[in-house]
Write a protein that binds this ligand. Structure first.
Ligand code: SF4
Length: 82
């Protein structure tokens, strides 16, 4: 399955949940805000199949709905498909 993800840092509340659910995809900047580390939070690199379940766990656990997922790339815009 094709899957891309990006964090809307404008709504992230730095709760730390996503980095626990999927540390190979999500990490935090100096302000504690989450970002996708595989493509500098651009949402342009496909999530490997082996990490997709963990990304879905993070997506479903995010309390502020800041993690976006799509079958198509985001090209740096977390609101591209809203
Ligand atoms: S789970 Fe959501 S709110 Fe919490 S750090 Fe990750 S993106 Fe931010």
């Amino acid at each position: 399955m094709s899957l891309f993800t990006i964090v809307d840092k404008g709504t992230c509340i730095a709760c730390g949940v996503c980095g626990v659910a999927c540390p190979l995809v999500f990490d935090y900047d100096l302000d504690g805000l989450s970002e996708v580390i595989i493509d500098e939070n651009q949402g342009i690199k496909q999530i490997p199949e082996s990490l997709q379940d963990d990304v879905m766990d993070a997506y479903e656990s995010c309390p502020s709905a800041s993690i976006k997922i799509c079958k198509k790339p985001f090209n740096g815009n977390p609101n591209k498909y809203e």
